[in-house]
Design a protein around this ligand. Sequence first.
Ligand SMILES: Nc1ncnc2c1ncn2[C@@H]1O[C@H](COP(=O)(O)OP(=O)(O)O)[C@@H](O)[C@H]1O
Ligand SMILES: [Mg+2]
Ligand SMILES: [Zn+2]
Length: 242
Amino acid sequence: MSDREASGSGSGSGSSAVFLSKCETCGGKYPDFMESDPGRCRCRRARHKTFAKLSRFDPKGRMTLRKMSSLSERMERARKMGLEALSRSGDKGIMLFGPPGIGKTHLVVGLTRVALAASMVATFENVPDLIQRIQDTYDYERMTGEEPANTSRRKIVARLCAHDIVALDDIGRERATEDARSIMYEIVNNLYERRRTVLVTTNLTLEEYEDRYDEAIRSRLAHMTNRLKVDGDDRRRTDRYV
Ligand SMILES: Nc1ncnc2c1ncn2[C@@H]1O[C@H](COP(=O)(O)OP(=O)(O)O)[C@@H](O)[C@H]1O
Ligand SMILES: [Mg+2]
Ligand SMILES: [Zn+2]
């Protein structure tokens, strides 16, 4: 019994004993045979959070790779490269440039789901929302002079960058302010230093992208990802709404 032990919860009556295993990655203990309880394992906790978040974002579970049909050649290539990035850790991630409605978000959500199913610690963020969430913490700090308990800028960035796989959807749609740029730099630099696998999407053209972000951000993203121009039909024009 090397990494597993029987432990009674509560006052040791023995009747509520559960088997706990020790996570090889974080060392946290978690209950065996109980997928719904991540216990003290930080990896499982993070995965649970991402699952919950994806079910809010995509409640009908439509954004899976299996449910993607008739991919353009370039989208098919993006799908393959995305899967390769997940299967070989340390491989470059992907950065998708392309017009709206062609399935960029769907693809990275699908890849995030694949990563979770393979027990990887993955997360998905819509970048404009993420930046807004960070900026919302400033008001609290300004008014109270204190860092909010769990949601300061520093903590939000640290929590994000604790994931091995990070999908950053729709960069460039945040408002182009100096502060947003500085948040982006902080995020990208953190992910870069921790050698995370990133899956990035943007509706910006390459020219717009170069105007928007400075060399410090661009060179890091270029080192972290394979850049792909993608195209396809605008599904929002052709597909049924419900
Ligand atoms: N290949 C595909 N098969 C099925 N549905 C798709 C496909 N590509 C996109 N969609 C759907 O079309 C809509 C728009 O796709 P989305 O990923 O949001 O586009 P983008 O992020 O490129 O703007 C979404 O509802 C998505 O699920
Ligand atoms: Mg999108
Ligand atoms: Zn763990």
